[in-house]
Design a protein around this ligand. Structure first.
Ligand SMILES: Nc1ncnc2c1ncn2[C@@H]1O[C@H](COP(=O)(O)OP(=O)(O)OP(=O)(O)O)[C@@H](O)[C@H]1O
Ligand SMILES: [Mg+2]
Length: 254
């Protein structure tokens, strides 16, 4: 297993955002976390990146317990990240933003630069443009391209489709699939559950800081509860029966 999140609890002040999340990611997989607003998806990724501390539990990456490792060392160890809201440097050019992505590395990264420009031709066209003046979708491409510059083993993606037009959403998902095909393991957080489940090998459903389901992604696409809660109903299959079953409150709320 490449990445193992074991029973992590995370608090913001006194508020428990994660109440015992366990997630496993195997080498070569695309794993997705889906769930409603506030379920704890971003917090889970931030905790893996080292931007949030753990109250308890552990994170093991590539055989090493990284629970207390500083964030930049996690990047060096091979955890790549494109954060929610993108986090690019707006005053710097596209090209310099990409170079910043390689800050943890030394030597020649011409091959990675060429690959980023190959995956995202739009970035190549705009390499001298200030990143802050790029469109939302272009900034998203830049955030992913920059994360790839660190040559990650795992890429953590938080809502890469957020705010994008449908055509661009499909393009971003296609590129994520291509990145995975080239050997990068992916942990993907998405509101766009249907597309995420189509792309991913396995998925976890988060509800108020807990994992309430985990299964092969294809199985969750056919799961009536998941369809009702996250896929806007029938998906072209038979519509799930209306009724109280789909509206259970989250279990074990203190
Ligand atoms: N900096 C913070 N301070 C206090 N509470 C926070 C903070 N960040 C997140 N939370 C709370 O933690 C919980 C989980 O938030 P998180 O951002 O992980 O959710 P999410 O699943 O990513 O949601 P979304 O789909 O809206 O992005 C929420 O209740 C949120 O209000
Ligand atoms: Mg979030």
């Amino acid at each position: 297993m490449l990445l193992e999140i074991k029973d992590i609890h995370v608090h913001y002040g006194k508020i428990a955002a994660l109440k015992g999340i366990s997630v496993e990611v195997n080498e070569g997989e695309i794993v997705t976390l889906i769930g409603a607003n506030g379920a704890g998806k971003t917090t889970t990724l931030k905790t893996i990146s080292g931007l949030r501390g753990l109250t308890s539990g552990s994170i093991v990456f590539d055989g090493q317990d990284i629970s207390k490792m500083p964030g930049h060392k996690r990047v060096m160890a091979g955890l790549g990240q494109a954060p929610e809201g993108r986090g690019i440097f707006p005053g710097m050019t596209v090209h310099d933003n990409l170079l910043m992505g390689a800050y943890t590395r030394s030597g020649d990264f011409g091959a990675e630069l060429a690959e980023a420009y190959e995956l995202f031709p739009r970035l190549a066209e705009r390499r001298n443009q200030a990143a802050g003046t790029m469109s939302g979708g272009e900034q998203q491409m830049l955030a992913i391209g920059r994360a790839l510059m660190a040559k990650p083993k795992v890429l953590l993606l938080d809502e890469p489709s957020m705010g994008l037009a449908p055509l661009l959403v499909q393009q971003i998902f296609d590129i994520i699939e291509e990145i995975n095909r080239r050997g990068v393991t992916v942990l993907l957080v998405e509101q766009n559950a249907q597309q995420a489940l189509k792309l991913a090998h396995r998925a976890y459903v988060l509800e108020t800081g807990r994992v309430v389901k985990s299964a092969p992604a294809a199985q969750l696409l056919d799961d009536p509860d998941v369809q009702a809660a996250y896929l806007g109903g029938g998906l072209g299959h038979d519509a799930p029966a209306p009724g109280p079953a789909a509206a259970e409150p989250p279990a074990g709320e203190a």
